[in-house]
Write a protein that binds this ligand. Structure first.
Ligand code: TYC
Length: 102
């Protein structure tokens, strides 16, 4: 680069900077009260999972305490978390949904 005036500057190479968006995992947490069928429904409705895939994820969370629903950019992940938390609250279930940087 130079100052465009005196022509004095430091030679630098500019490369079009394509920066990849950070990715976030959206996770469901286990609890003792949310019905299994409700969790399966959440995975189908908000994460576009098939019934079989949703059931597998729900059982993983039930057995291991936590499980991945999907990986998204920050804004999409935040929206999913909000949608799930609002839906669980509306149905008076204690289901917890969180996001974490991948
Ligand atoms: N543990 C719950 C039950 O036995 C089921 C459950 C699964 C709850 C996954 C939350 O994210 C969850 N009814």
């Amino acid at each position: 680069s130079d100052d465009g005036d005196t022509g004095i500057g430091i030679a630098t190479k500019t490369r079009p900077k394509t920066k990849r968006p950070s990715l976030y995992r959206v996770l469901l947490l286990n609890d003792d009260y949310t019905p299994m069928e409700f969790v399966v429904h959440v995975l189908e409705r908000f994460f576009n999972k098939s019934r079989d895939e949703a059931t597998q994820i729900m059982l993983h969370v039930h057995q291991h305490g936590v499980g991945e629903c999907g990986v998204f950019t920050y804004e999409v992940a935040e929206t999913k978390v909000t949608q799930v938390m609002d839906f669980a609250r509306k149905h008076q279930h204690p289901l917890q949904c969180v996001m974490e940087r991948k």
